[in-house]
Design a protein around this ligand. Structure first.
Ligand SMILES: Cc1ncc(COP(=O)(O)O)c(C=O)c1O
Length: 370
């Protein structure tokens, strides 16, 4: 059986395969790091996108101070892969997860976690105390996304006071992620609303400090907003993730700020009519909740899923694409519409430079949703 190896040409890969244009990925990383170095704000990339310790190490080598993860199980993978300074950006609730977290923090004390309730914090403190382990926490603020988080101001102050009475958890910062603003197309509106969110976040950080709480970390921002966030002097770090590879949803909102560096390579397996072809990439290879993936370099050809394993391509005879009709056996790259959920469908990154494999990285945290 063929096993892809570094040095092989892309033509040797079976499909569907997740492929990365390393040169474009490197440019994205360098560009982002450069922007934040100029602004003197730390970058703690959200590793929920890449789900790979190898890629996390590349980000650290490029200047990241650590990483964010969404789940304890992702933190386990990253810590095992040598990433020590991790922030778990989702509230950790429930005994099974708390026991895992205790084990993890015992071995990796630089792991931090967010809290947004007295009940959640008490359970965390009890689990940590029972095991004689201590953990640093950040208060998660709702700055408008209306997902998790306490309200800025009074609610946050009250929670901070409650946390200060607990023995094994220590408040070190605040998180206020404005996920609802990431994909706003109008840069003026995105900027204005993001500044409002940052005001709520930084005012609360200042109020907490004024009451004597040691707020060292003020963390926020995704690919769509991080630069706006970083213009606020009090923001200490930003958490973008998607910029590494991008997707069509972000490209449509942000323009060419970063390049689409990841595609799903597929093969035309059937061409039942002159204007319809079928590829071997369906819902199990490409996510569609943020729109349809785009066939790279093919204008006038539309993709729709044809089930779990099939994708249907259609075009009109009058379209320019009819001049270069697809044939059975042709290989097509698709740019995902939502990068995180597409990566989570694949086992392996096949990374190439100019069409020749340069690295093969497992998606080690694939499926790590607990
Ligand atoms: C808390 C948090 N921070 C940062 C990010 C990174 O955002 P993006 O991948 O859009 O850059 C996310 C993404 O969902 C998130 O949930």
């Amino acid at each position: 059986m063929y096993h892809p190896q570094v040095g092989d040409p892309l033509e040797a890969l079976d499909t569907p395969s997740m492929i990365v244009d390393i040169a474009l990925m490197e440019e994205n990383i360098v560009r982002l790091m450069q922007r934040f170095r100029e602004k003197r704000v730390h970058v703690r990339p959200h590793l929920k996108t890449v789900k790979s310790p190898e890629l996390a190490r590349l980000l650290l080598a490029a200047g990241a101070i650590g990483g964010c993860v969404a789940k304890v199980s992702e933190a386990e993978v990253m810590a095992q892969g040598g990433i020590e300074d991790l922030l778990i950006t989702t509230e950790v609730v429930g005994k099974p997860k708390l026991l895992r977290l205790v084990d993890l923090v015992r071995q990796h004390p630089r792991i931090k976690v967010v809290v947004d309730s007295l009940a959640g914090a008490q359970a965390l403190d009890q689990a940590m105390s029972a095991a004689q382990v201590e953990v640093n926490v950040l208060i998660d603020l709702n700055v408008g996304q209306n997902r998790c988080g306490v309200l800025p101001g009074e609610e946050a102050l009250m929670l901070a006071q409650q946390l200060s009475k607990m023995s094994n958890i220590h408040l070190v910062g605040v998180q206020g992620y404005e996920g609802h603003l990431q994909h706003i197309h109008d840069p003026e509106e995105r900027g204005r609303r993001c500044q409002q969110a940052m005001q709520a976040l930084t005012e609360t950080a200042a109020q907490l400090r004024a009451k004597g709480f040691p707020i060292e970390i003020v963390t926020t921002g995704g690919t769509g907003t991080a630069e706006i966030c970083a213009n606020c002097a009090e923001i200490t770090e930003v958490q973008p993730g998607s910029f590494v590879f991008m997707d069509t949803d972000y490209r449509n909102a942000l323009g060419p700020a970063y390049a689409n560096a990841l595609t799903i390579l597929s093969t035309v397996i059937s061409k039942p009519t002159p204007t319809r072809a079928v590829v071997d990439a369906g819902l199990k290879s490409l996510s569609i909740e943020s729109g349809m993936p785009e066939p790279k370099g093919l204008t006038g050809i539309a993709y729709q899923p044809g089930g779990d394993e099939h994708g249907i391509l259609t075009w009109s005879m009058s379209a320019a694409s009819a001049l270069t009709p697809l044939e059975i056996g042709d290989r097509i790259e698709f740019i995902p519409s939502h990068i995180d959920t597409t990566i989570n469908l694949h086992d392996t990154y096949y990374a190439h430079r100019n069409g020749r494999l340069e690295a093969i990285w497992p998606v080690t945290a694939r499926g790590k949703v607990q």
